[in-house]
Design a protein around this ligand. Structure first.
Ligand code: SF4
Ligand code: SF4
Ligand code: SF4
Length: 271
């Protein structure tokens, strides 16, 4: 149920973001304002505080549904899993890499403002990829439909220009997008838990959230299904622990467990 709800939210928002990047900016402009780095650049403290509090309470829901680069990675992994049986193993947290990425993003922002910080911003990265790779495809499809309608006497669609942007910008945007897709097919949410500065920031907020993905040691038979399903490689069945800072709230582990031994519940009070 949680997994389905999360997928529905993620797909709906991902569709809306793509429409936004394809030119429906007027009616969907509010979507950009809820993103972390654009909020930072606009000094929008309310959005920043909202995500900080939501993450401290419930974990990285932002990475589950709201970030289009995260959903792109999940889509890539979903495609791979259609063809190849894919399982993961627990890995240690890479706080050094995450800290370095966050520091680099802040340094770029201080040195060159939004333009440089945008090089590491996941939202801008997805935006560049979608605009470069999807816009020509959308224009081609629109022209195809328009042509078919015109052939039947309905001249109701304006022909779209299919001009590509600058070659360097196009090559950069598409190659970064392809690298993220390849990485996601290989190791799930590896990008999210190593080089993404927003992931590092949200990970720090989510170290000990109020509501956690937790393993019930009494019910768990250590079959390892949840660990193998985890795209963030943050479930360690041997230790009976989930690294909340890396968990992207996809709820795949809960769906994989046949014993009902892993759930998203309020944390226990310290003894
Ligand atoms: S970690 Fe970064 S790239 Fe991954 S979903 Fe979160 S914000 Fe997006
Ligand atoms: S899938 Fe369930 S029973 Fe198996 S290791 Fe995970 S929590 Fe334990
Ligand atoms: S622990 Fe569960 S909910 Fe969190 S990322 Fe892994 S599979 Fe998804």
């Amino acid at each position: 149920m949680l997994k389905t709800l999360r997928i529905v939210c993620a797909v709906a928002l991902f569709t809306a973001f793509n429409l936004f990047f394809l030119g429906f900016a007027d009616c969907l402009g509010a979507l950009a304002r809820v993103q972390m780095v654009p909020a930072l650049i606009a000094l929008n403290v309310a959005v920043f505080a909202l995500w900080g509090v939501a993450t401290a309470l419930f974990g990285r829901l932002y990475c589950a549904c709201v970030c289009p680069l995260g959903v792109l990675q999940d889509a890539a992994l979903w495609v791979r899993r259609r063809f190849v049986k894919t399982s993961f193993a627990a890995r240690p947290t890479r706080w050094c890499l995450r800290g370095a990425s966050l520091a680099a993003c802040v340094a770029l922002f201080l040195a060159g403002g939004a333009l440089l910080a945008g090089l590491l911003d996941p939202y801008a990265t997805y935006g560049r990829f979608a605009s470069s790779a999807l816009e020509p495809v959308a224009a081609w499809l629109a022209n195809l439909v328009g042509g078919a309608l015109a052939a039947n006497g309905h001249e109701c669609m304006i022909r779209q220009e299919m001009a590509l942007r600058g070659a360097c910008a196009f090559a950069f945007a598409v190659s970064v997008g392809i690298a993220v897709i390849a990485c996601a097919m290989w190791k799930g949410r590896l990008v999210c838990n190593t080089v993404c500065p927003v992931g590092a920031l949200l990970g720090a907020c989510a170290v000990r959230p109020l509501v956690q993905v937790r393993i019930d040691a009494d019910a768990c038979v250590k079959c390892g299904m949840c660990e193998r399903a985890c795209r963030a490689q943050c479930v360690d069945v041997e230790k009976g622990a989930v690294d909340q800072s890396r968990c992207v709230r996809c709820f795949e582990c809960i769906s994989a467990c046949r014993k009902g031994a892993i759930s998203w519940t309020a944390r226990k009070a310290r003894k």
